[in-house]
Design a protein around this ligand. Structure first.
Ligand code: DWN
Ligand code: ZN
Length: 420
């Protein structure tokens, strides 16, 4: 791949091959949302890459305008899939759907692409499945192996698929949760999947759902890892081009709204559920085929950026002290896209030990532990990890009880509990 400064501009649609792009939004050159830095005196060499989104008028894929070299993004990775109560329940739901709807039995071979620290595969192991992970992040793979999850340290491709077939056999289930939207060369991945699937095998992906992102103005989920923003109709188009057939799908609330979508070989054993056409019809009614939908999204982004900055700076002008809750990747898009920094947000509290003691990309706001936050006095949390909002508000009753409040960025900036 010919990279210029470790990035390349997207010209051809990775789904349909067309080049008819509708510009949607551009945030300028931003640092990588996962590039947490050691505290330094100077950050002048911090890499930045264009961050913007366009929409293919042919298949309605929303795509980043630029792809950053995956080796830079993923060979060392700061994110370990959250083991929050909500996420544990969700991962168990994924196991149960595969068991109940697609008869994935004990003893079945389950392969996960982008398996991270193996949390999802541990849930399949508890259901007596044979598991194998594939993940390029060598630091993360070591954690998975220590947890008893065998993992190949590589990107999934046609080549790794051949290794899996030769050494492990045909998977009954190939799973990719919050990884498929990160992949540029979907052709190689889907060709590898097609060669690995048997007639009764199922390929399941979980991706952020573009309808939820547009409906709830979740523009902070746009960052350099998230190359594609999919609808079901777009995925049907993509899979059909690679000998696969979408057989079922369900909307889920995780990560701001996701789609868990199932596919098989075009002539595989599983019938296509009517849900697939129902979701595509809902997408048509929502306006995924209309330029105006994406124009409204861009307008909402501008409005929210203005409202959030005014709210935060207004509170700071009143002498209020504000701390970030969580240091998620999306939080870095939110802060950098809004121009909010250390003058507004004193530090971010995050449970991820890897992030504690570092500073955020771009804003260089320090990341501290919840234990440190508990020793500090402040008035507001800016809820950067809003996708865990219910769980977080539930566990921060002491902070709320002493008059603390949360600033929520979506769907429009608001304060919880609302001011008396
Ligand atoms: O696609 C991706 C999504 C699924 O996960 C990856 N590219 C990167 C990652 O995005 P993220 O960093 O926005 O993920 P989370 O899981 O929304 O991040 C939440 C952050 O908040 C974590 O760093 C953990 C932290 N947290 C916390 O400090 N206290 C989370 C909870 C629930 C808490 O109570
Ligand atoms: Zn397209």
């Amino acid at each position: 791949m010919n990279w210029t400064n470790n990035a390349r501009q997207v010209t051809t649609c990775r789904v349909c091959g067309e080049q008819d792009w509708q510009p949607v939004v551009s945030f300028g050159d931003l640092p990588l949302a996962g590039s947490f830095l050691e505290p330094a005196q100077s950050y002048e060499n911090e890499p930045r890459y264009p961050l913007g989104v366009v929409c293919c008028r042919s298949c309605r894929l929303m795509s980043l305008t630029h792809v950053v070299d995956p080796a830079i993004l993923y060979r060392t990775y700061p994110y370990s899939k959250s083991d929050s109560e909500m996420m544990k329940k969700h991962m168990q739901h994924v196991v149960e759907v595969c068991q109940e709807r697609f008869a994935v039995q004990p003893g079945s071979f389950v392969l996960e692409i982008g398996s991270n620290t193996g949390s999802q595969l541990k849930a399949f192991q508890k259901a007596s499945m044979r598991t194998l992970g594939i993940d390029p992040a060598v630091n993360i793979v070591e954690v998975a192996r220590q947890r008893g999850v065998e993992t190949l340290p590589d990107f999934f491709s046609v080549e790794t698929a051949a290794t899996v077939a030769a050494e492990y056999g045909t998977p009954r289930l190939i799973l990719g949760r919050h990884v498929f939207a990160h992949i540029d060369d979907v052709t190689s991945v889907l060709e590898g999947v097609r060669r690995l699937l048997g007639p009764e095998s199922v390929f399941a992906i979980e991706v952020p759902y573009v309808v939820d992102m547009l409906e709830h103005n979740e523009f902070d989920t746009i960052y350099h890892e998230h190359l594609s923003y999919f609808g079901v109709g777009t995925l049907v188009t993509l899979f059909e081009r690679h000998g696969l057939r979408v057989i079922d799908a369900e909307r889920l609330p995780v990560h701001g709204g996701s789609i868990l979508l199932f596919a098989g070989l075009r002539d595989g054993a599983w019938p296509t559920s009517p849900v697939v056409d129902e979701l595509i019809e809902q997408e048509r009614k929502f306006g995924l085929d209309d330029d105006a939908t994406y124009e409204r999204f861009a307008e909402s982004i501008e409005r929210i950026r203005g409202e959030l900055v005014a709210l935060v700076r207004g509170l700071r002008g009143e002498g209020k002290r504000i701390v970030g809750y969580g240091a998620p990747a999306k939080g870095n898009t939110l802060l950098n896209a809004c121009g909010l920094g250390i003058d507004e947000i004193e530090f971010c509290s995050d449970t991820t030990e890897f992030k504690q003691g570092k500073v955020l990309p771009g804003t260089h706001i320090p990341v501290c532990s919840p234990q440190y936050a508990a020793t500090r006095e402040f008035d507001y949390y800016l809820l950067l990890a809003w996708n865990y909002g219910e769980e977080i508000l539930g566990k921060e009753k002491a902070f709320l009880g002493k008059g603390g409040r949360f600033i929520l960025p979506h769907p429009t900036p608001s304060i919880v509990p609302c001011e008396p």
